[in-house]
Write a protein of this length. Structure first.
Length: 274
């Protein structure tokens, strides 16, 4: 990809994330409708939909031939047909958006022929913009990010999300909460996978583990963690997909092998189950 194209993608992704964040903060102060998707713990608000539409319009106005995989507009389509694919989560952490009005984020990634080029995770309530461009490093606002603290698994502060379906819940509680939590310094659950992974890049957390996420949850943050020097794979150590759901582990490289070995020996892969 030409440097000028990459620069244009970066500028647009940053603009979209900021604009989406501002819109969500504005709408949060007004009444909005909340609907259930599959259950009372799977929410979507009118703001999620409006913000996603807003971002899609900004992208297509500039790049009409690009593909877009967004949480609220995803449908059965072959997303691999697009050379350039934007992967969007307009509000990651909708439950937090509704209940806490904090700890949610906008996640925007650009993939070219399956390769992550630009990743942006914006936390509008704290005005924290995490972003990365392939080969150019990762940043939090203007500060460069590096995952370089020497840390062993037992000294690590990890983050996870475990609840999404009955079977996975059982395995997740068993593996991650009962077994893994006993091996590390502490475990956190913030409720926005994109933000939690961005915190790994920023060194606020040492690792993030999830048995199942959607492509739009991890698409941007994965690029940020990797550009900050962290390692991101599935829980069985294979490369992450860019347009499908997957298990995810993202962590400081100093204990990656140790964590990987632990997860691989204990884990039953349920990432492709519904
Ligand atoms: C959710 C959040 C949450 C994770 C869920 C996701 P949403 O995204 O990332 O942390 O545990 O699996 O679905 O629905 O709020 O965009
Ligand atoms: Ca959702
Ligand atoms: Ca999400
Ligand atoms: Ca979402």
């Amino acid at each position: 990809m030409q440097a000028s194209t990459l620069a244009a993608l970066k500028e647009l992704a940053l603009q979209c994330a900021r604009s989406a964040g501002e819109l969500s903060l504005k709408r949060m102060k007004e009444p909005f409708t909340v609907e259930y998707k599959t259950s009372a713990s799977d929410l979507v608000t009118a703001v999620d939909k409006e913000v996603e539409n807003h971002v899609i319009q900004m992208i297509l106005a500039r790049f009409p031939d690009h593909g877009i995989l967004g949480e609220e507009s995803a449908h059965a389509e072959d997303y691999e047909q697009y050379d350039t694919l934007w992967v969007i989560d307009p509000i990651d952490g909708t439950t937090n958006f509704v209940h806490q009005q904090i700890n949610f984020s906008v996640s925007i990634a650009v993939y070219h022929k399956g390769e992550g080029m630009v990743g942006v995770v914006y936390d509008p309530s704290r005005d924290e913009l995490f972003y990365a461009v392939k080969g150019e490093g990762a940043f939090l606002n203007d500060r460069s990010l590096q995952v370089n603290r020497e840390v062993s698994l037992e000294q690590a502060l990890l983050c996870t999300s475990v609840f999404w379906n009955k079977r996975a819940e059982q395995i997740g509680i068993d593996l991650i909460v009962k077994k893994l939590a006993g091996k590390v310094r502490g475990m956190r659950l913030l409720g926005s996978a994109a933000l939690e992974m961005a915190y790994v890049a920023a060194g606020r957390l040492d690792g993030y583990v999830s048995m199942q996420l959607n492509a739009w949850d991890f698409g941007a943050a994965r690029i940020i963690v990797e550009e900050a020097g962290g390692r991101v794979t599935t829980m069985t150590g294979t490369p992450l997909p860019y347009d499908q759901k997957s298990s995810v582990m993202a962590c400081n490289p100093t204990f990656y092998e140790e964590l990987q070995h632990f997860l691989k020996s204990e884990h039953t892969d349920v990432s492709s189950e519904n």
